[in-house]
Ligand binder design. Structure first.
Ligand SMILES: [Zn+2]
Length: 100
């Protein structure tokens, strides 16, 4: 008779562990949803005014840039960076950071 009680305890424990596991997994899923990058994602040190590549007008890649006259110029692809470096004056009119 005590055997049955022990079995029942074991089953209850197992179900409990499973439930906790499910709750933890669901909690993780819910947490990861708002972590999708939104417009609140900002570069803390310096804001990038530029949003498009001056050469091809594609969306900039923030890890692809060169410095011109002390300002960072971003590009969509390495080819555009090369083009800009050949004739920067041709493209700076497209750049908000050189407006003044
Ligand atoms: Zn490009």
């Amino acid at each position: 008779m005590s055997d049955k009680k022990e079995q029942l305890k074991a089953v209850i424990l197992l179900v409990g562990i499973l439930l906790v596991g499910v709750v933890i997994l669901n909690g993780c899923k819910k947490k990861s949803e708002p972590a999708v990058p939104t417009e609140t994602t900002e570069v803390a040190s310096e804001a990038i005014e530029q949003t498009t590549c001056p050469v091809m007008a594609g969306a900039i890649n923030e890890s692809l840039f060169t410095e011109y006259k002390g300002k960072k110029v971003y590009f969509c692809c390495p080819g555009c960076k090369e083009e800009f470096e050949k004739e920067p004056e041709k493209y700076i009119s497209q750049l908000p950071q050189f407006e003044n």
